[in-house]
Design a protein around this ligand. Sequence first.
Ligand code: 8DG
Ligand code: MG
Ligand code: MG
Length: 145
Amino acid sequence: ETSPPPVPRVAVVVFMLKGRSVLLGRRRSSVGNGTFALPGGHLEFGESFEECAAREVKEETGLVLGKVEFLSVINNVMMLNELKKCHYVTIFMRAVMDEDSKEVAMNLECDKCYGWDWYEWDQLPHPLFEPLHNMVNQGFNPFPI
Ligand code: 8DG
Ligand code: MG
Ligand code: MG
């Protein structure tokens, strides 16, 4: 009954790019269940954005990141239901994979994700996870050129 007051949290998510494709997974979560989202998660105490990006991608997909770059940040407040909101400051990073890399994204957290796959930027699946959907709709493009 006496839940602590809600606070904003920091999340780090990663645009994994390969050719013109991006890595997305269908969420298995009370937040955005069934929607397609980037790999990522909560910033831990003392971590850099780069460290958090590499850790979350490794934990969720097994992929090992090389160079990781900062891309953008959003302040994202989502209604969970009529009474409850969640608030994330989400840091978007980018990691470019070798286009002909044969490395496979494994679904290492089956309880949180239905599986990972590469999707062409021009043919993104839907529904996209709300914060990602909003960025794409505003014309955001994660590719270097
Ligand atoms: P953790 O326990 O591993 O730290 O967390 P997680 O279970 O991996 O958290 P998450 O839900 O995957 O990510 C944390 C929050 O980040 C999520 O609830 C909302 C915010 N977020 C966005 N956009 C995206 C996105 O595209 N993908 C992911 N995974 N999270 C996102 O704002
Ligand atoms: Mg995680
Ligand atoms: Mg996650």
